[in-house]
Design a protein around this ligand. Structure first.
Ligand SMILES: Nc1ncnc2c1ncn2[C@@H]1O[C@H](COP(=O)(O)OP(=O)(O)OP(=O)(O)O)[C@@H](O)[C@H]1O
Ligand SMILES: O=P(O)(O)OC[C@H]1O[C@](O)(CO)[C@@H](O)[C@@H]1O
Length: 489
């Protein structure tokens, strides 16, 4: 039986000495009977428990005074699991329920905040909100937990072992970065080297590592957790789910996705104005979506003026009586204008022409065939042969969308994700990521994230639009009026 000893540390931190399996961890292990999908528990050298420095009992206390500000009564109300059934397929659930651990601050924590050395890194492509996450990770670590040393790693994974990429943060480093797009840390693709990265973490003494990225990044996190553990290094490795394409399974949506759908409206509205301001006008907009067409799909449904949307998951043919070109030509004859949205990866769905994605980027992602340009030339040529004098305006706003600051909805999401990430590391979890599930912030085991997939032909760790079963696809057809192009002749 555990004896609870407490004393004030020199810095006012109450410390409880004992083994930390007495706290929530024990409960988590025993609760697996309810279908709990728990994050990994951090095990290692430390056997001390500390009281969360946010605990306070005076109503005059606040973060800026450096005092605890969350009353005991609130801590005891926090807790519980998220019913995550909506995030999993019936195949996965098999009649059972799935629960995820909720992201919130724990009263008992397993690291002395004053001994934490944290680092933050951003990997993969840009996404609106990256700087908000970086800032909030810093703010939570610095103000709420009093962590003394917080570093940024520049240039993604390779920055861990590249000289000059380590940058110590202070409040002025992050002061107004949430108002800017991009990432102050810069990012990169490729550069994954398990050995060099883990050695750099160990040599620098980092014991909390925050990694913001997409599916590729999370495969790296899963491997890094095992590597650090096999080298006996006591550190929590935490992911923050980031994908402008919204192609990470389990989560409701990533930060930056809402901003992107909103920003895409400007391009689609311009395409609509151009198309309607001339006889036989066509406005063609290319949006991001390498393997998954969520941005194109949601932007088209939101816009209401789109007449055709093509995504990587939807099969279609270009030529022939039931093809895309014939559909556009017929529409011009009847309505004299057309608005088209195409996801950049939509060449994948083309069944009658060999539009191959050839080559790979530094991370091993497919380099995409330029479907936008192909459609632009193909529609003009087809219509000309049909005697239609088409005027086509092609808009590619992809990098303009991805580089803008996050909107308020996404800023709020970034803030909640970052706070929960820090709370999870202090609670003693590792190898987990934070994501929005059933509208709450959940701790997602990274091992699970890299294995699970959603949608037909999705690879492990990937989510695709399920054009057979997902109602959003049929909602798109009802709002654009386009045929499914599915029964190809
Ligand atoms: N299987 C893997 N194991 C370890 N690291 C990986 C793996 N796949 C990708 N990475 C690394 O993760 C980082 C980011 O990967 P990637 O470029 O695919 O972006 P991402 O995280 O998927 O984000 P985005 O959605 O923007 O593409 C890169 O540094 C890459 O080398
Ligand atoms: O030009 P980059 O950096 O390779 O990024 C492009 C890719 O990044 C993403 O936005 C996210 O993976 C994809 O939609 C897109 O194909």
């Amino acid at each position: 039986m555990f004896t609870f000893l407490t004393r004030k540390s020199p810095l006012g931190l109450i410390r409880a000495i004992g083994t930390y399996d007495i706290i929530e961890h024990k409960a988590i292990i025993s609760d697996q009977s309810i279908g709990l999908l728990p994050p990994k528990l951090l095990t290692g050298t430390s056997n001390e428990i500390y009281i969360n420095p946010m605990l306070g009992n005076g109503y005059k206390n606040d973060v800026n005074s450096g005092q605890g500000f969350i009353p005991e009564a609130i801590f005891s109300k926090l807790g519980g699991y998220i019913n995550a059934n909506s995030a999993f397929s019936n195949d996965f659930l098999q009649g059972k329920s799935a629960y995820l651990v909720k992201g919130y601050p724990r009263k008992q924590i397993i690291m002395n905040p004053q001994k934490v050395k944290a680092c933050i890194v951003t990997c993969g492509g840009l996404c609106p909100g990256l700087n908000v996450v970086i800032r909030e990770l810093y703010m939570t670590l610095h103000y709420n937990y009093g962590v003394p040393e917080i570093y940024g790693i520049r240039d993604g994974y390779k920055g861990f072992y590249t000289p000059g990429c380590l940058q110590e943060f202070n409040t002025s480093t992050v002061h107004d970065i949430h108002l800017k797009g991009g990432t102050i840390l810069r990012t990169s693709r490729g550069g994954w080297d398990k050995d060099k990265i883990s050695n750099s973490i160990i040599n620098n003494g980092f014991n909390q590592i925050y990694i913001i990225g997409g599916d590729g990044t999370h495969r790296g996190i899963a491997s890094l957790v095992n590597e650090l553990s096999s080298k006996g290094h006591f550190a929590s490795v935490v992911g923050v789910t980031k994908t402008i394409d919204n192609d990470i399974p389990i989560i409701d949506r990533s930060f930056g996705f809402d901003t992107s759908v909103e920003e895409a409206q400007k391009a689609i509205d311009s395409a609509d104005i151009e198309a309607n301001s001339i006889e036989n006008g066509v406005g063609l907009v290319k949006l991001m979506g390498r393997n998954s067409g969520f941005i194109a799909l949601h932007s088209s449904i939101a816009n209401r003026n789109v007449n055709l949307c093509l995504i990587p998951e939807s099969d279609y043919e270009l030529e022939g009586p039931n093809g895309v070109y014939a559909y556009i030509a017929n529409r011009l004859k009847v309505k004299s204008h057309a608005v088209i949205v195409v996801a950049e990866g939509a060449a994948t769905g083309c069944k009658d022409q060999d539009l191959r994605n050839t080559g790979k980027d530094a991370s091993g992602n497919l380099a995409l065939y330029d479907i936008g340009k192909h459609l632009k030339d193909g529609i003009a040529k087809y219509c000309k042969n049909q005697g239609i004098d088409v005027t086509l305006k092609y808009i590619d706003p992809t990098y303009m969308i991805r580089s803008i600051p996050a909107n308020s909805t996404d800023k709020k999401l970034c803030t909640m994700l970052a706070q929960a990430a820090v709370h999870g590391a202090f609670a003693g979890f590792t190898g987990f990521s934070v994501g929005l599930v059933a509208n709450q912030i959940a701790y997602l085991p990274v091992d699970l994230m890299t294995k699970i997939y959603e949608g037909k032909n999705a690879s492990p760790g990937q989510r695709k639009v399920d054009v057979d079963n997902n109602m959003m696809w049929w909602k798109l057809m009802s709002s654009t009026g386009q045929p499914s192009f599915r029964n190809l002749v």
